[in-house]
Design a binder for this molecule. Structure first.
Ligand code: PSU
Ligand code: MN
Length: 302
């Protein structure tokens, strides 16, 4: 088998690429493992619509029966949103999922790889994975970070959640040589809130200038991504005490239940949603949509 046998780029995305139109990649783990049904389904479509409204073409990515699909059909998205046993694929899972012809949602790392196979340049998500709290004991560091050090895709996110150790995540990104750009912010955002207490590498207020940095990085042969941190809109941000309390109790709950490895992030997201009675989900939907919009604007200028 050759790559072309299992990489399928949708007609819409293919046409856009041929015509040099901007394309924005979107991940699918957020659909299958990041939000409850049916809001995940609405959100997946909302994100695609947002990209289209902002004059770019969306390419939601997942693996369906061993095929890497860049640009999904409506039925693929419905399946990813409603099925209970979709796998969660990161870098390490890709060869197995393809060989065994399985179906899987792609995390940030896997989405970056698939997007790069399709020659895309930019990707919008909610939050990336990072260094977990207590990582000095557990070694739990998301492969999203190492992916950002080698695959040439710019990633727009609302920072990282404080289910992670935000300070260590930023240190690790520095070690890996990943630029962290704050869009109209000096502070690295903490997903549900606009502040984290940590600064970004550089603040840039214009999308054209961000596109310039991205192009320059690759022109210089510096492989890897760029993390663009876009704070949640003010009106959708959460009360920092409330979200901190929910996160702490979700972490405690995960610890008591012995949840580890790839299960921990989905477990925490769902626990936080329950603990905030759905408020965190609303904030989550708004911030991802906001990221899809910014990624579309940067994509025009790449
Ligand atoms: N953080 C979120 N929402 C998410 C994820 C992270 O706020 O949906 C997902 C992303 O797909 C990310 C993955 O790539 O979790 C990271 O998983 P892990 O921590 O197992 O590396
Ligand atoms: Mn992990």
């Amino acid at each position: 088998m050759a790559l072309k046998d299992y990489l399928k780029i949708s007609e819409e995305v293919c046409t856009a690429l041929n015509e040099g139109k901007p394309v924005v990649a979107l991940e699918s783990t957020i659909i299958s493992h990041g939000m409850p049904y049916p809001r995940n389904l609405d959100t997946a479509f909302l994100l695609e619509d947002t990209v289209r409204k902002n004059n770019a073409v969306p390419a939601t990515i997942a693996l369906i029966n061993g095929i890497i699909k860049v640009g999904l059909d409506k039925s693929d998205i419905e399946y990813l949103a409603s099925s209970k046993n979709v796998l969660k694929a990161s870098r390490r899972d890709l060869p197995v999922v393809v060989s065994k012809k399985l179906s899987a949602a792609t995390t940030v790392s896997a989405t970056m790889i698939c997007a790069s196979l399709a020659s895309l340049k930019i990707f919008a998500t909610g939050g990336i994975g990072g260094v977990h709290r207590g990582a000095s004991k557990t070694y739990d560091v998301s492969t999203d970070l190492t992916e950002l050090s080698k695959t040439n895709i710019a990633v727009v996110s609302a920072g990282v959640k404080s289910i992670l150790d935000i300070g260590l995540t930023l240190e690790y990104l520095e070690t890996l040589g990943v630029p962290v750009i704050g869009y109209r912010t000096d502070e690295f955002p903490a997903f549900f809130t606009r502040e984290s207490g940590f600064r970004v590498n550089y603040r840039i207020d214009s999308t054209a200038e961000i596109a310039d940095v991205i192009n320059t990085k690759w022109e210089m042969g510096l492989n890897g991504g760029i993390l663009i941190a876009n704070p949640v809109p003010e009106e959708s941000s959460m009360d920092s005490k409330e979200i901190q309390t929910a996160i702490n109790s979700a972490l405690k709950n995960a610890d008591e239940k012995g949840i580890k490895g790839k299960e921990i992030t989905p477990f925490l997201l769902s626990a936080i949603n329950d603990l905030t009675e759905g408020k965190s989900l609303e904030s989550n939907i708004k911030l991802v949509t906001n990221n899809a919009k910014l990624a579309s604007e940067i994509a025009q200028k790449l």
